[in-house]
Design a protein around this ligand. Structure first.
Ligand SMILES: Cc1cc2nc3c(=O)[nH]c(=O)nc-3n(C[C@H](O)[C@H](O)[C@H](O)COP(=O)(O)OP(=O)(O)OC[C@H]3O[C@@H](n4cnc5c(N)ncnc54)[C@H](O)[C@@H]3O)c2cc1C
Length: 391
């Protein structure tokens, strides 16, 4: 922290938590297991969350949203995960619109934000990652070339989650070839693509069979023509526009890890108290207790860091350090808690009806996406500790 910060760390939004829990009670483990088996999208759950207004949490009231602080939105996601569900199908609706909110034209905001807030339009697809360039976003190959009052898009995205269930996609594409820009971070632009018009007219979506039910896809662009007014912000500054929202995204999705950690710890404690082997509850053994206690401590520490990150974000202060630390610590805490829960349940952890193996698979993704642990460590090394840039 470079500046002193006074803030309320205790704000916990109990009414919001209660409201989310009430919805989640209608979507128990059996619901998520069945979807997982079919690799299906949780349409009913998304609708319920939309109807309750939770997915418009971060859209300002003037555009029909709830205008809540970032921490409140995080709490919504956390509760879904703490209840045993998964917010992956919904979370992008919360943060992807941030780029439109911050960089969109008044006409774009007036057209899209109220529709997104009302749930009539889904902005769930975020097309950044590509198969060849990976984390090195500046090397992405998808091109958008201006042609009169349109851009023509060619290329491919991978891991574009929810693309089959979204009306709109926020797309990052190169508008100026890499050889012609002064800095490699320039020459990329963001577009708000109407997928309802694009699919079948130059856009093809193929689902990816994945380890978790994240409805993720490959998206192919073959001379897709999009109107020039779908450009969001300044042409060539798209990477910067998207990076502006990264801290918020990291803080939000980290709350899901905290929810996972809480679910794992609660589930492990319950079983450790009930399961009797060698004539005593297994929870009496320190070999069972300690990993659960350690995971609990890690989750508490991660949550505290996230509260700090969210408070700094809300106060308009720099929060890159806190957001990245929170992301790292929460993903690791969920992973440790998942391991402890797996181990506590012995063979039963492998039985699908316990939901542990599903939650364990789901929790793992946070060590890879939306940013991998290594890249966070690189950020901390370089930007916080002042070590040389490693890549
Ligand atoms: C379920 C799921 C959903 C996703 N949803 C989306 C989505 O909706 N939209 C989207 O755009 N993307 C999405 N992604 C992509 C995700 O953001 C990337 O997978 C992630 O950022 C890592 O990129 P990569 O897979 O290309 O790995 P790579 O960049 O190929 O890296 C592979 C490994 O090498 C490490 N590595 C690479 N460079 C360095 C370095 N310099 N120093 C140290 N280690 C390094 C990485 O940390 C990683 O462990 C999703 C991914 C998954 C798995």
């Amino acid at each position: 922290m470079t500046e002193p910060l006074t803030m309320t760390l205790g704000e916990d939004f109990p009414e919001i938590r209660e409201g989310v829990r009430r919805i989640c009670a209608d979507f128990p483990g059996a619901y998520w297991r069945e979807l997982d088996e079919r690799e299906a999208y949780p349409s009913e759950f998304v609708q319920a969350m939309t109807d309750a207004g939770f997915l418009s949490a971060l859209i300002p009231e003037e555009f029909g949203g709830a205008g809540l602080p970032l921490r409140a939105a995080g709490v919504i996601l956390e509760e879904v995960h703490a209840c045993g569900g998964n917010a992956g199908a919904t979370h992008a609706q919360m943060y992807t619109m941030g780029t439109v909110l911050r960089h969109g034209s008044p006409a774009q905001k007036a057209k899209y934000l109220p529709e997104i807030a009302a749930g009539r339009l889904r902005l769930q697809a975020f097309g950044v990652t590509e198969p060849t360039s990976g984390t090195d976003t500046t090397q992405l190959k998808t091109r958008a070339v201006r042609d009169g009052d349109h851009y023509v898009v060619n290329g491919q995205k991978i891991w574009t989650s929810r693309a089959l269930y979204s009306d709109l996609m926020l797309l990052l594409a190169r508008t100026t070839p890499l050889e012609q820009v002064k800095k490699r971070t320039e020459g990329l632009s963001v577009f708000l693509v109407d997928m309802r018009e694009a699919v079948g007219n130059g856009m093809t979506i193929r689902p990816i069979k994945a380890m978790i039910n994240h409805n993720t896809t490959e998206v192919f662009f073959d001379n897709l023509r999009i109107p020039a007014d779908t450009l969001v912000g300044t042409e060539g500054q798209g990477l910067r526009h998207i990076m502006d929202g990264m801290n918020a995204e990291r803080i939000l999705v980290s709350h899901e890890s905290i929810g996972d950690a809480k679910w794992f710890v609660r589930t492990a404690v319950k079983y450790a108290n009930e399961r009797v082997v060698f004539g005593r509850p297994i929870g009496q053994n320190q070999g069972i207790q300690f990993p659960i206690a350690k995971a609990y401590a890690q989750a508490q520490a991660a949550e505290l860091m996230l509260r700090r990150a969210a408070a700094a974000f809300e106060a308009g202060l720099p929060c890159g350090e806190e957001a990245n630390l929170g992301k790292l610590l929460s993903a690791e805490a969920a992973w440790e808690a998942g391991e402890a829960c797996m181990q506590t349940h012995g063979g039963f952890a492998y039985a699908r009806e316990y939901d542990i193996e599903r939650k364990w698979r789901e929790a793992r993704v946070q060590r890879t996406a939306p940013i991998s642990t290594n890249l966070i460590l690189s950020y901390i090394a370089e930007h916080v500790l002042g070590l040389p840039r490693s890549y």
